[in-house]
Structures are given as C-alpha cells and as structure tokens.
Write a protein that binds this ligand. Structure first.
Ligand SMILES: [Zn+2]
Length: 347
C-alpha cells in the first residue's frame, strides 16, 4: 500500500506519503506549507498513531518551512518525529557537529527539543552521494538533489539574511512575469508554442538546495522535488533512465517549484515515463503553475497522464475538454464538497 496526500500548503508544499503492508505503516511528511497550513493538517496528523517516521524539510523558504515551525512549536503536537531531514547552516559547509545560528528558528527548535536531525545521514547533510540509512522494509529512498556545490553556494546568503531576519523570505526574484492574454477556458492556450519556449533555469539560491528524493516500494516509484533545480534532477535521473532503456518509469512526479517554468524542462520530462504529475499550489503570490510548465507537461509528459492539483481553481484552468482530448490527460482535484487543498490517492 502506498497512499499519497497533498495537503493545503497554500502557495507551498505539504505532502504526506504513507506506505506499508499488513505488518507495518510508515509516514513521511514532506514540508509544512505556510503557518496557516498547520491548523488544517492537525486532524490528519492526529490520525497517524502518534508518529511521523521522517519529516523532510526540503529547503528554507517560508512556503515550505513555516508550517513545520508551527508543528514543532505546538505544545500539544500529536506526533513524535523519528528523524528530520533538513540542511541547516552547518550542513551547507559540511561542518562537523552542530551549532545553532542566532535567529535560525528551525535549527533552534530542533536543537532545543532534541529532535533527531539528519540521523539517516549520520548527522551530516542530506545531499547527493551521501550514504543514507533507510528502513529495512522493502522500500528504498535515494537523494536526487541538492549537491555539495549547491549547498555551499547558499552559505553566504544564509549568513546575510538569516542573521538579520531569522529566515530567508520566500521569494523568487527571477520568476518570469505571468504571460498575459491567455484564455484558458475554451482551450485557446497555445500549448505547442509555450512548450517550445527555451528553458531558463531557476537561479534562486534557496530553491536549488531543495532535497529531492526517489522513493520505491512494491514496484512503485515516486519522485519528490521540493523546489529543486531541474538541471540537478536531470543529472541524477539520466543514468537511471539510461539503465531503464531511455526513460525511467515513475508513478508520481511532484512537479518542482509548484509548476514554475524555470524548474521543469522538456529534457527532464523526456527522461521520465510518468503516470501522474502533481501540482501543489493554490496559485497565491506567484500565480503558479506557469502556462509554460503546464504546456511542457501536456506536450512532452506522455500520451496518457493524470495531472493532480490540490486546489480546485488551479485545476479548473486546465480542465478543458479540447486540451485533454488533444494531449491525453485527465485532471484530478478535490471534490466540490471536500476541503480545498487536500487530495488523497493510493498507488
Ligand atoms: Zn516553494
């Protein structure tokens, strides 16, 4: 059994991966969304028998980390946390041991509460090439991003911004402006032209440090990305795709950076044979997903695919019969009478 739940992360991510069989269940929580996410996910967490086995905090941006802080700071928290995967300041420079940085709130909370932190990596950074200790339960977990160079590049930014503000404000300075004038309803989006737009990579120093993961269980594969760097993902996935004859079959791809056009290339899509693309965003702040990224998925994401949105109005933009017929996809979103932001499916 694998059950995947997209939760109301607003413009960020908050994802729950549960897997197991008759004898065990494990829970992996990936990011916490915004502070407003936490009250909405409390009932879900309360149903987890008191334990989140691994909490992955993909990177430091607020749309991923604020809900985690709310969780850790809740005195009535219903779950213990087996291990937190998070690259703090000392991991950026691969320093030995830990030192709390003034004002770095998650670091402080983890240290104060003595929550296990990167235990799976021997206390060192979660990064490509690092030995990863994982459960002996028939599943595998591999790190696809970030790499050492990407972590080291964040260090000077962290020093400058964290010292003053406690957190790096979640922002995307290089985010392209929304392309004006497209009429989604009626299928007038020029998918072919948008999909062929030359790829320009995300340059955010925080996004590229996102922990990206490849999870496998019972012959199912899930790729988790946070807001990861497309180039890094291509580099990690290419050898796996080549070993698989050209394309790596994956059941689920959590599209990086909420469907930004700067985090999803046709090259990456071409390395994957993917059944389901997850778009995690309410569209707040950056109007994600971008038409360019969506057009690339439609055009290069395979002949038959499902696109799962956790917010209904994002789904509505692409739930267009003419497009669905032409590009071979279905749209899944929360039911009209269900809570917006929350979608669950089983693999
Ligand atoms: Zn984000």
């Amino acid at each position: 059994m694998i059950r995947f739940t997209m939760m109301p992360g607003q413009d960020g991510d908050c994802l729950l991966l549960e897997y197991g069989d008759d004898t065990f269940v494990r829970r992996i929580l990936v990011d916490g969304g915004r502070a407003g996410t936490y009250p909405l996910i409390k009932p879900v967490l309360a149903g987890l028998d008191g334990l989140v086995d691994v909490l992955v905090v993909t990177h430091v941006d607020q749309d991923h980390i604020l809900g985690v802080l709310a969780l850790l700071n809740d005195p009535e928290r219903s779950v213990e946390i087996g291990d937190v995967w998070f690259n703090g300041f000392d991991h950026l420079l691969d320093a030995e041991g830990f030192g709390a940085q003034d004002g770095e709130k998650l670091t402080s909370a983890l240290l104060a509460q003595k929550v296990p932190w990167n235990d799976a990596f021997g206390g060192r950074g979660a990064e490509v090439g690092r030995q990863l200790g994982w459960f002996d339960d028939g599943s595998t977990m591999e790190v696809l991003s970030p790499d050492r160079r990407q972590l080291e590049r964040l260090a000077p930014v962290w020093v400058k911004e964290c010292a003053a503000h406690g957190l790096i404000p979640g922002r995307d300075p290089d985010e392209p402006p929304a392309v004006p004038g497209f009429e989604h309803f009626g299928g007038a989006v020029d998918v072919e032209r948008l999909a062929a737009t030359p790829f320009k990579a995300d340059t955010s120093p925080t996004n590229v440090t996102s922990i990206g993961l490849l999870f496998e269980f019972e012959d199912r594969r899930i790729v988790l990305t946070g807001d990861a760097d497309d180039r890094r993902l291509v580099e990690s996935i290419r050898p796996r795709a080549e070993a698989a004859g050209g394309r790596l079959h994956v059941d689920v791809l959590k599209v990086a950076h909420h469907g930004s056009g700067r985090n999803l290339s046709n090259e990456l899509l071409g390395l994957l044979d993917c059944d389901r693309y997850l778009i995690s965003t309410s569209g707040a702040r950056h109007d994600h997903p971008d038409d360019i990224a969506m057009s690339r998925i439609l055009r290069h994401g395979g002949a038959r695919k499902e696109i799962v949105f956790n917010y209904r109005d994002r789904a509505a933009l692409w739930d267009v019969t003419s497009l669905k017929n032409r590009f071979g996809y279905t749209v899944t979103a929360p039911e009209p009478d269900a809570q917006d932001g929350l979608v669950t499916f089983e693999l």
